[in-house]
Design a protein around this ligand. Structure first.
Ligand SMILES: CC(=O)[C@@H](O)[C@H](O)COP(=O)(O)O
Length: 255
């Protein structure tokens, strides 16, 4: 079976979803069922450990793997602290490192991300760093113990698709870790295109959560991810600059 492997964990779904933008948490469970997504990311700062307000964890089925993220961290030290709190709070060993200082485009700080990865991988976390795609950074993250690389397709929440397509292709060809496109995917066709390129999975939040029907959109993304993966495995034909006739240009008109 064609499964996604991150460290020693096996996933049948290649669609990771998000919790960040749901207007109503009660849509999360049916969205997960319809999309068949097995992993969901959540910002630790949105988890209410006091019991005073709504707790997002109550809306996520226990069978879904949590991917806590370090959203809100501005440097490695803050990300490390958030990751440790997430694990101590029972959110598991997965951690998506997200370190952002740039509030206009929400670009990740690649250097600080490498520092945090080194520390957290040594502590046994399954580290999935979110980066602006760069081959050298990805190589350093691999050496630092990352379990996957999560390059952005476009700025978070922009829905602009694979603006970084060619940089992601370089990662797919050269990095021996799952490459998971995270951020900017705005429609199922973007997800399908990413999968056709050979990425291992995609993470989609805004496009699902802010659609008019997040449950139906979850299914549309599931189907797009499956179609893209199938096409990748079937090996897409080469592009040509010139026309290639579909049937031979011989026959009754010329004979
Ligand atoms: C890095 C990050 O925060 C992403 O997980 C984001 O939430 C998903 O990006 P989109 O909202 O653009 O799908």
């Amino acid at each position: 079976m064609d499964c996604l492997k991150i460290k020693d964990k096996i996933f049948t779904s290649r669609l990771i979803t998000g919790t960040g933008k749901f207007s109503n948490y009660s849509l999360i469970k049916p969205m997960l069922e319809n999309s068949e997504s097995e992993m969901i990311t959540l910002a630790l700062r949105r988890v209410d450990f006091t019991g005073n307000t709504e707790n997002i964890l109550d809306y996520i089925p226990k069978t879904t793997i949590l991917l806590p993220n370090t959203s809100g961290a501005r440097n490695a030290q803050e990300a490390i602290k958030i990751a440790r709190i997430a694990r101590a709070a029972g959110c598991g060993d997965f951690i998506k490192i997200e370190i952002i200082n740039d509030m206009k485009y929400l670009m990740p700080d690649n250097e600080e991300t490498i520092k945090a990865t080194e520390v957290l991988a040594k502590e046994g976390f399954i580290v999935m760093p979110y980066i602006n795609p760069d081959l050298i950074v990805a190589k350093k993250l691999q050496l630092a113990g990352a379990s996957a690389i999560m390059p952005l397709g476009a700025p978070i929440g922009s829905n602009r698709g694979l603006l970084t397509k060619h940089m992601i292709e370089i990662l797919v060809e050269n990095i021996d870790l799952p490459i998971i496109v995270d951020a900017g995917i705005g429609k199922p066709s973007h997800a399908c295109e990413a999968m056709e390129m050979g990425v291992s999975a995609v993470l989609v939040d805004t496009a699902i959560a802010t659609s008019e029907d997040p449950v139906a959109m979850g299914k549309a993304f599931k189907e797009a991810v499956c179609a893209g993966r199938r096409a990748y495995l079937a090996k897409l034909p080469k592009e040509n600059k010139k026309a290639q006739a579909s049937s031979p240009l011989t026959g009754f008109l010329r004979d």
